[in-house]
Structure formats: C-alpha cells, structure tokens
Design a protein around this ligand. Structure first.
Ligand SMILES: Nc1ncnc2c1ncn2[C@@H]1O[C@H](COP(=O)(O)OP(=O)(O)OP(=O)(O)O)[C@@H](O)[C@H]1O
Ligand SMILES: [Mg+2]
Length: 253
C-alpha cells in the first residue's frame, strides 16, 4: 500500500504541494488528473524518492521513503518503476541497453537472460526487433514506449506512469492502456497513472484523483468522477472554458 500523508513541497516561492494526502491499496490503479503545472510529476517523484518533501510523508508498505538509506532506496527502486514524461532514455546507449539498464546495473542476472527479458518487454509495447537502434533514431512515440519497456523489464510491484499515452496515435495509445490494465490484472501491480486523456482514465482506473491548488480536491471511482457535482472537477473533465477555474495555470497566486 502507498500512503501519501500531508505532503508539502515548495520550490522557492512556488508552493506546489499543499497538504496533499492520498492512499492507494496494493494492486489498485490510481489515475491522477489535473491541469498542466499543478504538480502531478512532482507528486510522482516523491513516491520513488527523487524529490524529498518539505513536510509530510510518503509511506510505501509502511516505510517512509524520505527516511530510507541509500541502500534501502536502491532496494525500493528495484520494485518501483517510473515511466518518465519525456522518456528519459540514455542517449549514448542503444535500446536494449536502455531497457535492460536496471537489471544490468543492479542484479546478478545472466546477460543472456536479461536480453531475453528486454526482448519480451519490447514485444509487450509493440517494438520487437529494435534492440540495436539508438534513441536518436526513434520517433517520439517510440521513445515513450521504450521507456515503458524499461519500466516493466524489472518486473516491478509499483509502476508510476507520467503521461504514458500523450503523443501516441490513438491505436498505440489504446494498446498501452490495455498493457497497463493487463499488468494490473495479471501481476497485481500497484499503479499511479498521470494522464490528461479522460477516455484512458475511465478505462484503466480503479480510482481517479484530481489535483487542484496543491491538494486532491476529489477522489472516486470513474463513475463517481463522471457524475460529480463538484464544479472544479466537472469543468476539468468536460474541458469547459467557463467555471470556477479561471487562472491560466494552476497557481496559488
Ligand atoms: N525541480 C524543480 N525545481 C523547481 N521547480 C520545479 C521543479 N520541478 C517542478 N517544478 C515546478 O513545480 C510545478 C509543478 O510542476 P510539474 O512538473 O509537477 O507539473 P505537472 O502537473 O506535471 O504539469 P504537466 O501536466 O505540464 O506535466 C511547476 O510550477 C514547476 O515549475
Ligand atoms: Mg508532468
């Protein structure tokens, strides 16, 4: 289980997370929605310890992430994978080295077996046979899928997806949604998915949580969110220009 308790994070004068709390049970898929710049990526980075909160805490299976030693953090990262918004591939490594990175670096698994896992992961994202290409030779959508293959290659228990389908064509996006669902159904993976794609959110979520002004304004099942009377959430999910949200960006100022 992942528990986020009263998280606060400020960058200079920019208060991004303001007492944010959220709980996700093991095996659940929680979709995070919210406007651009509201802090969704910042929230995900607190879950795998890339950022530390000013106050509040993130507990993964009862252990506080910010309190972990380097060794414990490495151990945690062997079960948490993040699919980064921009892909975050290593440009000097080919696709196979990128996808197998976590296993090559942090495990004693045999080289041949890792390459087999790399091939399996690439097939799962529909990119079999591109092992030797360099990141610069990939399209934006391919980079995104290679990043997803890298995340699933370590067989994680927790997956953090930062806009996994943004920029993909609708058919590829649908197949990535199917993949997210099946990882959840078959392997009981706990997932956080940040997305702006509401169709995908309704399809994959057990729970949807909306961020606004540094906190979760509403969380509920896809059905509850679709039928909400909350004016902020209603405006957002229906993409309405008129409503309580009037600022150009989500901000406290
Ligand atoms: N490392 C950092 N240092 C300073 N400010 C940061 C840092 N990371 C994020 N921010 C700020 O935190 C705020 C939230 O950023 P974040 O990337 O979490 O937005 P987001 O909700 O993921 O937006 P988008 O939907 O556009 O990806 C922004 O104002 C951003 O400038
Ligand atoms: Mg983001």
């Amino acid at each position: 289980m992942i528990e986020i308790l009263n998280l606060k994070k400020k960058f200079n004068n920019n208060l991004v997370l303001n007492d944010l709390s959220l709980k996700v049970e093991t095996g659940q898929t929680c979709v995070i929605i919210g406007r651009s710049g509201c802090g969704k990526s910042v929230l995900l980075k607190h879950i795998d310890g890339l950022l530390r909160p000013d106050s509040g805490k993130v507990l993964v299976d009862g252990k506080e992430v910010a309190g972990l030693s380097e060794l414990e953090l490495t151990k945690l990262r062997s079960k948490i994978s993040m699919v980064f918004q921009g892909g975050a591939l290593f440009d000097s490594m080919n696709v196979a080295e990128n996808v197998g990175f976590g296993l090559f670096e942090h495990t004693q698994i045999d080289h041949k077996e890792i390459l087999q896992r790399v091939d399996e992961s690439l097939s799962l994202v529909g990119l079999g046979g591109i092992d030797n290409l360099m990141p610069s030779e990939l399209s934006g959508g391919m980079r995104k899928r290679v990043s997803l293959a890298r995340a699933i290659c370590i067989k994680p228990e927790i997956l953090l997806y930062d806009e996994p389908t943004t920029g993909l064509d609708p058919i590829t996006a649908a197949s990535i949604n199917e993949l997210i669902r099946s990882l959840h159904d078959k392997l009981n993976v706990t997932s956080f998915v940040v997305t702006h794609d509401m169709t995908s959110a309704y399809h994959i979520a057990d729970k949807i949580a909306m961020m606004y002004k540094g906190r979760i304004v509403l969380e509920g099942t896809p059905e509850e969110i679709q039928n909400t009377k909350d004016p902020v959430v209603h405006q957002f999910i229906n993409g309405l220009a008129k409503g309580p949200i009037t600022e150009a960006v989500d901000t406290f100022k």
